[in-house]
Design a binder for this molecule. Structure first.
Ligand code: URA
Length: 203
């Protein structure tokens, strides 16, 4: 795929096929494959993460690793059926640095987030959710601009230029990284609270 995207009236399936050959930034050179979004074609809630991790890169599916397990369990606790959502990422290739035998997540640059945004917008346009849920600062900034501050705007419904409003909460990986089980428990409880609040917004 060249620098210009011809999205036209492509279905989600054709978008996924086109994204498989995306060369809009250099991340495709190192990742195993493009990890496109998946889920219910007309989900009321569309979740956006940062980028695929090691497990997702290998599987070719979003949120199938530890952060995905946490996310799905938290959704279920909050009364959101994960099967009725659509889940994707702001950046669709895994960005990493190699340390020994491990591939360690590396934060995407603005240029990579921007290069991937047409895919995200096209997914949102096809799914037409009632609400887009940004998981973490990278997703929120991709959707709402680099001025967006998660610490100030968490849970707040923000109108967007591209269609449905956006609400942001933390990224599930930040809960996994919390220092100690008390902090992890408190952050998980707050995250489930956010998801309950979000479920209430579309009820
Ligand atoms: N973290 C993300 O942001 N996305 C995934 O798909 C997995 C982990």
């Amino acid at each position: 795929m060249g620098k210009t995207l011809q999205m036209g009236a492509k279905s989600l399936k054709s978008l996924r096929e086109a994204a498989a050959g995306c060369r809009r930034c250099d991340l495709y050179k190192y990742a195993t494959q493009t990890v496109f979004g998946e889920g219910a074609a007309h989900a009321a809630l569309l979740f956006v993460g940062e980028q695929p991790g090691d497990s997702e890169d290998k599987a070719g599916r979003p949120f199938v690793g530890p952060a995905g397990t946490l996310l799905r369990n938290a959704m279920a606790e909050a009364g959101i059926d994960p099967a009725k959502t659509y889940i994707t990422n702001a950046v669709k290739h895994f960005k990493f640095v190699v340390r020994g035998k491990r591939r360690i997540h590396s934060k995407p640059r603005i240029i990579e987030i921007k290069a991937c945004r047409p895919w995200l917008e096209a997914e949102i346009e096809r799914v037409r959710p009632k609400l887009v849920v940004a998981l973490g600062a990278t997703a929120a900034q991709s959707l709402l601009g680099s001025e967006f501050r998660l610490t100030k705007m968490r849970r707040r419904v923000v109108p967007s230029a591209f269609g449905p409003p956006v609400v942001a909460t933390v990224h599930p990986s930040s809960i996994l990284r919390a220092p100690g089980s008390d902090a992890r428990h408190a952050e998980l409880t707050a995250f489930i609270g956010d998801l309950r609040h979000i479920a209430g917004l579309i009820a």
